[in-house]
Design a protein around this ligand. Structure first.
Ligand SMILES: *[C@@H]1O[C@H](CO)[C@@H](O)[C@H](O)[C@H]1NC(C)=O
Ligand SMILES: [Cu+2]
Length: 228
């Protein structure tokens, strides 16, 4: 948020003006772990994604390369986990969380398999006003108790919709942690989606005008939540 007087390129301008929030740390067993210890580090700093058709919509830019050096957290199914940010979210928009099971090695899994949603938090509405779960520095939720045991990418996302009234104006802030889910399993996660594929730039929750007329509803992007 430092004032800048000269902008050589628009992208440089943006980075200087917008010190954006990043998902950095897995929360597990009540502890916020170190930055990029269990979370794959991205290479686009704090810039958001805007292209829902890119493979980067899985886990953010450059994260496949950081998988091998990222640790794997053991997580008990049914327990609360989450992800913390390096700074408070200041844009409006929903919070979402997904899982995708790695076919074999989690460190090299590219996220091309099936994803299912395990949590989401949208806006609330009262007296003609819409209010968002913003001004938070972390997002916590449960790993469903019947999640089949195995190695998963845990994808956490904030979709900023402050500029989303034009196509590709929504901003996706994403990160993936590498987790090893333990438990008795027994569940069949559904519905599943692909990424890219789960979102379209014209989805009502992605191409969205928050300002006028003031919305009275919001359609969460992506599939229904699997409760486990
Ligand atoms: C969380 O707690 C479980 C149960 O005690 C343990 O097996 C697991 O290793 C812990 N995970 C982390 C990342 O500390
Ligand atoms: Cu911004």
């Amino acid at each position: 948020m430092k004032p800048i007087t000269i902008c050589i390129a628009l992208a440089a301008c943006f980075q200087a003006v917008h010190a954006h929030y990043r998902w950095t740390s897995l929360i597990v067993n009540g502890t916020t772990t170190g930055a990029f210890y269990y979370v794959r580090q991205n290479t686009n700093y704090n810039s958001p994604l805007t292209d829902v058709t890119s493979n980067d919509i899985r886990c953010n830019t450059g994260t496949l390369a950081s998988g091998p050096t990222t640790n794997v957290a053991t997580v008990i199914a049914g327990s609360t986990v989450g992800m913390a940010l390096d700074q408070t979210i200041f844009h409006i928009g929903p919070l979402l969380a997904y899982l995708s099971k790695a076919p074999s090695d989690i460190h090299t899994y590219d996220g091309s398999g099936a994803w299912f949603k395990i949590a989401q938090t949208g806006p609330s509405f009262s007296s003609g006003a819409i209010s968002w779960p913003t001004q938070v520095s972390q997002y916590t939720f449960k790993i469903p108790a019947s999640t089949p045991p195995g190695l998963y990418l845990l994808r956490v996302e904030h979709i900023a919709v402050h500029s989303a009234k034009t196509v590709d104006g929504a901003q996706f802030y994403i990160a993936c942690a590498q987790i090893d889910v333990r438990g008795s399993g027994g569940g069949a996660p559904a519905p599943t989606v692909s990424l890219p594929g789960a979102y379209s730039s014209s989805d009502p929750g992605i191409l969205f005008n928050d300002y006028y007329p003031i919305p009275t509803s919001y359609t969460m992007p992506g599939p229904a939540v699997w409760a486990g």
